[in-house]
Ligand binder design. Structure first.
Ligand SMILES: Nc1ncnc2c1ncn2[C@@H]1O[C@H](COP(=O)(O)OP(=O)(O)OP(=O)(O)O)[C@@H](O)[C@H]1O
Ligand SMILES: [Mg+2]
Length: 306
């Protein structure tokens, strides 16, 4: 990644074990100022564990965290006040209005009254603010949750699966809002998701975590360009072909019955593979090279062991 950026979050070998389970394993996060950083990984990858460490809720087993350039240690905990957060669905008082919910939190932290309208305005909730929360749709609740996270005018927003439980319209609305936040308020956003499509549409930067390991970190363009093309290979003995290619160190995935997907570098690889299979008396009837979609890349990263 470019190094002229100021890192809002930077971790060094950050790790957390639960008994014998290594939930997060030596990850080096680098979150640039003003970015929307999508922290992507399947269920159980270690996203929430990482976020809980970033928020000082649990201690790392190993490694360290820098927030705004300062070590996350007790003498620096005042920096946590610059963070707004929403972890899954927000806890709201259903019998109070949106505005009253905001008021409870405002008093608790001791902030000026004007912060309420500013935060509500940011998530387009000024209109609905005087209605009871129990009458809100899921999408409105989530937006109010986001307003609560913004009430202290944070410089960093940490959101754990912010679109969980929303319908497609709600998801779209949340995405649009999150994407606009850095431009509107200069806030840096760190959000987790298990959906590539979501991260693709909101994030400028992306980190992919799988079984506690970081598999990729960089901009979306980097992710698109760095991946190898995929050879779609059809043959009459797919199992044997797969075995043979794996033995020679190729990265192979099964693709339905007769097809295989093989990561290649270029045409000479394709010719080589064809020759090798022919020599083993395997008939090849399809050789097509495609640039992988982001979905392919994500699958590639999370299904093939590095
Ligand atoms: N308090 C805990 N005690 C024991 N194991 C835990 C604890 N919290 C998390 N784990 C384990 O750590 C691993 C990572 O869990 P984590 O919740 O961080 O994943 P996640 O990426 O947030 O997954 P999801 O998408 O399902 O929310 C999992 O194997 C999980 O079972
Ligand atoms: Mg989680």
């Amino acid at each position: 990644m470019e190094n002229h950026h100021e890192w809002i979050i930077q971790t060094n070998q950050l790790s957390r074990n639960f008994g014998k389970v290594s939930a997060v394993n030596r990850i080096n996060l680098e979150v640039p100022a003003g970015s929307v950083y999508g922290f992507l990984g399947p269920n159980g990858a270690g996203k929430t564990t990482t976020i809980r460490m970033l928020l000082g809720l649990i201690h790392p087993t190993f490694g360290s965290i820098k927030m705004f350039g300062h070590d996350l240690e007790p003498q620096n905990w005042q920096y946590l006040k610059q963070i707004g957060t929403m972890v899954e669905s927000p806890s709201l008082y259903p019998n109070l209005t949106g505005r009253e919910n905001m008021e409870v939190t405002r008093r608790l932290i001791g902030l000026p009254k004007s912060n309420i309208d500013m935060a509500l305005d940011n998530v387009n909730m000024l209109q609905a603010a005087n209605r009871l929360v129990k009458e809100y749709s899921m999408g409105m609740r989530q937006r109010l949750g986001l307003a609560l996270a913004l009430i202290n005018q944070p410089t960093l927003l940490i959101l754990d699966e912010p679109t969980n439980g929303l319908d497609p319209a709600g998801i779209q609305e949340m995405r649009d809002m999150i994407r606009e936040l850095p431009k509107k308020n200069g806030v840096t956003v760190f959000l987790s998701s298990h959906l590539l499509s979501e991260v693709e549409q909101t994030a400028s930067h992306i980190g992919i975590i799988h079984e506690g390991h970081m598999l990729f970190q960089g901009s979306l363009e980097n992710l698109r360009s760095e991946r190898n093309p995929i050879l779609h290979l059809g043959s009459d003995h797919p199992e044997r072909a797969a075995e043979l290619l794996k033995q020679s160190g190729w990265k192979v995935r099964q693709n339905g019955k007769p097809g295989l997907l093989v990561e290649v570098n270029g045409n000479s690889d394709v010719a080589f593979i064809n020759r090798k299979l022919n020599q083993a008396n395997i008939n090849v009837f399809q050789l097509t090279v495609q640039q992988p979609s982001l979905e392919d890349t994500f699958l590639q990263l999370t299904t093939i062991k590095k």
